[in-house]
Design a protein around this ligand. Structure first.
Ligand SMILES: Cc1cc2nc3c(=O)[nH]c(=O)nc-3n(C[C@H](O)[C@H](O)[C@H](O)COP(=O)(O)O)c2cc1C
Length: 506
């Protein structure tokens, strides 16, 4: 009796299952037929018009390739902007795990553009690396700034970055003894949290220090510079990734807090102008530098991406007329390979000089005009490993900044979504659910270790080259491989120019 009942129920279940399967099948046929009809008759996409339905696989694979390529297919030294070998170096430095390699280098030492360093025949016995000595920026400011660390955190705004990212950078920077640049989004409490030195950036929209019509509000700037942590003020003229263009902060990222800090309306797109309204030539630039230095007492300089250096020469000539104290205390030169939260690809890839041309050109112009000692040079542009930084010091930079190196230290996986508020690691998103992934206490340690280990390794290179501190590296200490696979010293590629004599009144 019982088994007859069970058989009955089994038949009913099988019949219902078969009916559902038939319905799903019928629905599938209808969906595929509709897709086929739509694809076949649409006029915008030739692949789908010729290969309805199956053509979609091309787009799925293209999309999935973005994610799988870095794990399965790309070789260690292939990807852009940073290949796996470079990223891994940063991750390991940040995690403070052993960064030694076995068996030999996978780096092709005959590839064009590869730099390497010239070791001294008799290295110093007592030590394995050398430490930097302090450099003073802004000797004519009321509060000159002396700073040893040659590797520091480049401008990234609160807004482009999340609050936990800024907090982790601030704490890590304090522990490593390096500065953090606020970027153009104003000064947030998160920047101050760790107690690190701060470079305050004034962007073209003057976020955080603006009047309602976008002019500089002296009182707001004074209030910001009243914080002891704020050591210097940087006027941003431009940025390597988007020369000649202001930035857009999309409405989704303009939260109440960000709007308050920046001095703009909540939840509306915020467009910064292509240049400062009040800086349209070198005279106005020097006037503004003098005004801010006098107002705040801090060293003042500017950040620019260079298309050439003739205008820097004109600026130096004008400085000589006004007197050497009128010079910018520093120039931050950003290579065209620099990163950003968002910029048009055409500008990112096709406008402005890359760092390996811009840095020597800037330095040589300053040397030629006799202002090299007066104007400190800070550079940025894909300098994320010890080699890159040692190369920049060898060319002559006083300091090297990095933005994306520190993003990698924070756990960035290079998913290239900084412009979409969907950053999977919580670094460049205002979505609090995604920010949860970034644990400040852990990531601040990584920021510290990254900076610390990188500077230590540059110190090892400098020691091996036989100099007593990293900034003594010069163009004779580094060689770069040419297109014939043979290396030439930097001093041959970029010969030092003659030093000009300053006029009596300077
Ligand atoms: C997410 C992000 C935000 C940035 N925001 C700013 C900014 O507010 N102001 C600025 O001058 N540069 C900004 N930059 C540019 C960096 O400061 C830096 O000049 C450039 O990325 C080159 O350094 P890197 O190659 O180490 O990233 C930003 C870069 C990134 C990746």
């Amino acid at each position: 009796m019982q088994s007859t009942g069970f058989a009955h129920w089994l038949i009913v279940v099988v019949e219902i299952g078969a009916a559902i399967a038939l319905m799903v099948l019928a629905l599938g046929v209808v969906v595929i037929a509709s897709m086929w009809f739509i694809d076949r008759n649409q006029k915008a996409n030739s692949v789908l018009r010729n290969f309805p339905v199956v053509g979609h696989f091309r787009y799925w694979f293209l999309h999935l390739g973005e994610f799988f390529r870095q794990y399965l297919y790309s070789s260690d030294r292939e990807e852009m902007p940073f290949n796996r070998a470079e990223r891994t170096w940063v991750y390991r430095a940040a995690k403070n795990v052993d960064n030694t390699a076995a068996f030999g280098s996978s780096r092709d030492l005959r590839a064009e553009g590869v730099p390497f360093f010239v070791n001294a025949p008799f290295p110093d016995l007592g030590q394995e690396h050398v430490e930097p000595v302090p450099v003073t920026i802004g000797p004519y400011a009321r509060e000159p700034y002396s700073h040893s660390a040659f590797f520091n955190i480049s401008a990234m705004s609160f807004g482009a970055l999340s609050a936990p990212a800024v907090r982790a950078l601030s704490r890590g920077a304090a522990k490593a003894g390096i500065w953090m640049d606020t970027g153009e989004g104003g000064l947030a409490p998160y920047h101050l949290e760790g107690g690190c030195d701060i470079v305050f950036e004034i962007g073209t929209a003057k976020y955080g220090v603006r009047t309602p019509d976008g002019q500089l509000d002296d009182d707001k700037l004074l209030a910001i510079c009243a914080h002891k942590q704020v050591k210097m003020v940087s006027i941003k003229l431009g940025q390597g990734a988007k020369p000649g263009m202001g930035g857009l902060l999309p409405a989704a990222k303009v939260t109440r807090e960000i709007a308050e800090i920046r001095g703009i309306p909540v939840g509306k797109d915020s467009q910064s102008p292509n240049r400062h309204l009040d800086i349209g030539n070198i005279h106005q630039l020097l006037d503004k530098i003098a005004h801010i230095r006098e107002l705040t007492g801090k060293p003042v300089g500017f950040k620019a991406v260079l298309g050439g250096v003739d205008w820097i020469g004109d600026l130096c000539d004008e400085v000589k007329k006004r007197g050497i104290q009128s010079a910018p205390d520093f120039i931050i030169v950003d290579g065209s390979e620099g990163g950003t939260g968002a910029a048009p690809q055409t500008l990112m890839e096709g406008v402005g000089l890359p760092l390996h041309e811009a840095l020597p050109a800037l330095l040589d112009m300053l040397i030629t005009k006799g202002l090299r000692e007066r104007v400190k040079v800070i550079c940025s542009g894909k300098c994320i490993t010890a080699y890159d930084v040692a190369w920049a010091l060898s060319i002559g930079a006083d300091f090297v900044n990095s933005a994306r190196g520190f993003m990698l230290a924070l756990g960035c996986i290079q998913s290239l979504q900084c412009n979409r508020n969907t950053c999977p690691t919580g670094i460049t998103t205002q979505n609090t659910k995604l920010q949860r992934g970034l644990v400040v206490a852990d990531k601040s340690e990584r920021v510290f270790h990254y900076a610390d280990n990188l500077m230590h390794e540059v110190g090892i290179i400098a020691h091996s080259c036989g100099v007593s501190e990293p900034r003594e590296l010069n163009r004779s200490h580094c060689r770069v491989v040419g297109n014939d696979g043979l290396s030439v010293p930097l001093e041959t590629l970029y010969p030092y120019p003659k030093v000009a004599k300053l006029p009596e009144n300077a």
